[in-house]
Ligand binder design. Structure first.
Ligand code: ZN
Length: 190
């Protein structure tokens, strides 16, 4: 075959379905403090970003990731809080909003993909009601509890520039930030 402009179907398909792993922004990058803007339209670009974020989250591995953590200041979150060994439960939340927080509190030891090798016990409401747009751009309202409720609050904090180190005393927070600044200097500019 000569001069063919047909693309090999196998190659074309894998190109279309391939998801990309994105670099995760870490402390002390100031973008993590930037509030994220709402998504105006759920289009192919947004869905592509959501898929890439899921791929990035599973690879890390983590149970949640906000768009700002891959450097995109938009109100988009992906989550999967399925127990290890269970069927995956990928969730995409666009413009998520907490409508109601329960009065019961629960402590989880939280980590963050933007703050590697750091964990902190955080007490948060154990139940909430959430409103968001799904992948089809449809408005959804759901109740969440347990680990999912904690993960949702953690990720929504990211959309407002809030991090788990903000739950520490100022002294402890400064120690963590200093450590990450030092690490960033050692690694040099990326
Ligand atoms: Zn986080």
């Amino acid at each position: 075959m000569t001069g063919s402009r047909w693309i090999d179907p196998g190659v074309g398909l894998s190109y279309l379905t391939q998801m990309a792993k994105l670099p995760i922004v870490t402390l002390p990058d100031p973008i993590l403090r930037q509030p994220s803007a709402p998504i105006e339209r759920v289009d192919a670009e947004v869905l592509r970003l959501a898929d890439d974020m899921l791929e990035t989250m599973y690879d890390a591995p983590g149970i949640g990731l906000a768009a700002i953590q891959v450097g995109v200041p938009r109100r988009l979150v992906v989550l999967d809080c399925a127990a290890e060994g269970d069927k995956p439960e990928p969730r995409v939340l666009i413009n998520p909003e907490i409508l109601h927080l329960g009065s019961q509190l629960k402590v989880y030891e939280e980590g963050c993909l933007s703050i590697p090798d750091f964990r902190v016990d955080i007490e948060r409401p154990s139940e909430l009601r959430l409103r968001y747009l799904d992948r089809e751009g449809k408005l959804q309202e759901h109740d969440a509890g347990g680990l999912l409720a904690t993960a949702i609050q953690h990720e929504l904090d990211h959309l407002d520039g809030k991090l788990i180190i903000d739950f520490l005393s100022r002294l402890k927070r400064d120690i963590v930030v200093r450590k990450f600044k030092k690490l960033a200097r050692q690694d040099g500019p990326l």
